[in-house]
Design a protein around this ligand. Structure first.
Ligand code: AHR
Length: 403
């Protein structure tokens, strides 16, 4: 794919050469305009791919540049990165998975538009990317923290296009709003790889690949856990009042978890979802929304909190209101992410169940990039395997967790 960018840059240069030859000095006005056009186009080409420009200067930017050595390294790496590596990353138990997706060829520049730093999950996700896309592994990596604003991510992508990175990686804040900027990346010959959440886009050719979580299944699994647990303790036929702390509205993680939980909840006529409001995936807002739920409803049985950090805020709010929460509590708490801190809350009995959402995407994105470098077509859509953890297993499982 990097080669495709080089080809685009070479084609632009050739166009410029022929344009200049055609305008060839017959009058100063046309020469000036040709020069102006050349300068602009050259700037554009340089902006499109400064890495390619560097290679061009070294006069080795030809098909031969796509050396056997490069291909072999990429091929080997892609081939070596087997299901076992995926399993290692999926289990969250092998922090060395990044070592298996080393790029041993040219420096590859990657621009990453990250959602923000709103949660423990997000920090683990950022760490995974930073640990993978190191200079030592052959990458030039730049990350922009978009502070949970889709418009900041769009600006970051435009900036990456101007800088001419080799690959753009996006963890989309929300699902919509990407067509135009993805089109701009495509026109510049820069592949976009999507990670974590998904985009809602009519033209799938605007991105190269996506890897992330099946958020709807996560939501369904949370509801199935609740149904099983209520049966287990003999409360299966009781009226159950539920409130939901939703994540960032319009994000795949919120949409999928809300939809998945709701779909299964509909099968239980004795369950009532009293209210659903967004706590934007942060502890502070989770606490605020939980406080307002507690003021509005005095009969909450279950809180479904769409991430761990909102759960931590919910625990603070519930305890401040004089109620107990968790395994032996007045209010049950179902969480998502299964971070180390989420596990600690389960061990302390404050969270009843934590549905895993795996953030260790660095090696997975590297695998996609190396496949593309090797001329292979990566899987377009790849879901990671995820589990559901009951509080009763938390103490035993926590030591094996990587995030
Ligand atoms: O998209 C993944 C979600 O985003 C995680 O559940 C949450 O913690 C993060 O902010």
């Amino acid at each position: 794919m990097k080669n495709m960018k080089r080809i685009l840059a070479v084609m632009l240069s050739l166009t410029m050469v022929f344009t200049m030859a055609g305008c060839g000095g017959s009058d100063s006005a046309s020469t000036d305009s040709a020069e102006t056009a050349t300068t602009d186009t050259a700037d554009d080409a340089a902006a499109t791919d400064d890495a390619a420009a560097t290679d061009d200067a070294a006069a080795d930017d030809t098909a031969a540049d796509d050396t056997a050595a490069d291909d072999t390294a990429a091929d080997d790496t892609a081939a070596d990165d087997t299901a076992a590596d995926d399993a290692a990353a999926d289990s969250g138990s092998d922090s060395t998975a990044a070592d298996d997706v080393k790029n041993t060829g040219d420096v590859i520049s990657v621009g990453f538009a990250q959602v923000g730093a709103e949660s423990d999950w997000r920090m683990a996700n950022t760490q995974s990317m930073q640990d993978t896309f190191t200079e030592e592994n052959g990458y030039k990596f730049e990350m922009v923290d978009a502070q949970q604003k889709t418009e900041n991510q769009i600006t970051a992508i435009r900036d990456f296009i101007t800088k001419g990175v080799d690959y753009i990686v996006l963890a989309p804040n929300t699902e919509t709003g990407w067509e135009t900027v993805f089109g701009e990346a495509k026109d510049a010959g820069i592949p976009v790889i999507i990670v974590d959440r998904m985009v809602d886009i009519s033209d799938d050719s605007l991105y190269a690949a996506w890897v992330g979580s099946d958020f709807k299944t996560e939501g369904m699994n949370a509801a199935k856990w609740l149904a099983d647990k209520l049966d287990e303790v003999g409360r299966g036929d009781e009226d159950i009042n539920i409130v939901t702390l939703q994540g960032t509205m319009g994000s795949s993680a919120q949409l999928g978890r809300t939809e998945g939980f709701g779909e299964v909840a509909k099968e239980h006529s004795n369950w009532t979802i009293l209210d659903q409001q967004s706590g934007d995936f942060t502890e502070e807002k989770g606490q605020e929304v939980m406080e307002s739920f507690l003021k509005s409803y005095d009969d909450i049985d279950v809180v479904v909190s769409e991430n761990d950090n909102m759960s931590f805020g919910a625990v603070t709010a519930i305890e401040a209101a004089g109620k107990t929460v968790g395994v032996d509590g007045d209010i049950w708490l179902i969480s998502f992410d299964a971070t180390n801190q989420g596990f600690q809350y389960m061990i302390d009995g404050k969270i009843n169940c934590d549905v895993e959402c795996n953030p260790l995407h660095g090696p997975r994105v590297a695998k996609i990039i190396l496949q593309m470098e090797a001329g292979e077509t990566p899987e377009k859509i790849a879901y990671v395997d995820e589990e559901v953890f009951d509080a009763s297993v938390a103490e035993e499982v926590l030591p094996s967790r990587a995030y």
